[in-house]
Design a protein around this ligand. Structure first.
Ligand SMILES: [Zn+2]
Length: 261
């Protein structure tokens, strides 16, 4: 597993910094802004070795050109991306080695059509699996459907649900409290959502990130990972004013509900 450090950027983005552990080399995920990354590298005497991109949005890619001026490193990212700064194109099922660990690529079109996730499977028994999922999965939420469909988002959530419960989820935005407020509106009787809200509130009161989350928790609190539960089906149907049965229809209804919440 990687040692992972958040570098805050803009209002509520995190640029995740992955350390080698054996050297001063690091990788960054989705550097939307170069300045906070360059400052962090300088302060800690680190050298950028790799850039990973999850999708083309400017707040995930805007810092790449400036970082490359200081560190001419490989840029991994989706092969289908409209972002032109990628020189190591990745596709569904690909894997590659980074600092002695293996990252597995999954195409998860939904928030954008080019979106991919990076999964680091455990190499040893004491390792924790890690997922870098950009703007597709958030703590108790998901990214807006700018380009893809609810069916595609359901497929992405079904993939995340196959990962081990202990998998750490490194999302890119600090949206947790707003997402939990919506999750509680959808499932008012879900005690796990209430517990997670209290936990996240105490972290934010100390100005700490609420991330990473873990997949096992998301399965219990995230309405977008729970479209196959009776609780979410009933709540989405009531809100939509019609009986919904298919997970993708339930997904579309709660995504629409969240957009207006
Ligand atoms: Zn985005």
């Amino acid at each position: 597993m990687f040692q992972v450090t958040p570098i805050p950027a803009f209002n509520d983005n995190y640029i995740w910094l992955l350390a080698d552990g054996n050297s001063n080399r690091v990788a960054v995920v989705d550097p939307g802004d170069a300045a906070p990354v360059l400052n962090y590298l300088k302060q800690h005497d680190l050298a950028l070795a790799t850039i990973l991109i999850t999708h083309h949005h400017q707040d995930h890619t805007g810092g790449v050109a400036q970082l490359l001026q200081a560190f001419p490193v490989p840029v991994y990212g989706p092969g289908s991306s409209p972002f032109s700064g990628i020189d190591h194109a990745l596709h569904d099922g690909d894997s590659f080695e980074l600092f002695g660990k293996v990252l597995q690529i999954r195409e998860i079109p939904a928030h954008t059509l080019d979106h991919i996730s990076y999964y680091c499977a455990p190499m040893a028994q004491q390792d924790t699996p890690q997922l870098f999922c950009g703007d597709t999965l958030f703590l108790a939420g998901c990214g807006r459907l700018f380009e893809g469909t609810a069916t595609q988002l359901q497929q992405a959530m079904d993939y995340f649900a196959t990962l081990p419960d202990a998998t750490e989820v490194y999302c890119t935005h600090e949206y947790s409290l707003a997402n939990l407020a919506f999750a509680a509106a959808v499932e008012p009787d879900n005690a796990d959502i209430q517990a997670s809200t209290a936990h996240c509130q105490s972290l934010r009161a100390k100005a700490k990130p609420t991330l990473p989350s873990v997949i096992g928790t998301e399965k219990r609190i995230n309405p977008f990972m729970r479209t196959r539960t009776e609780s979410i089906r009933a709540s989405a149907s009531q809100h939509a004013g019609r009986t919904l049965m298919e997970p993708a229809d339930i997904m579309a209804a709660i995504r629409q509900w969240k957009n207006q919440y």
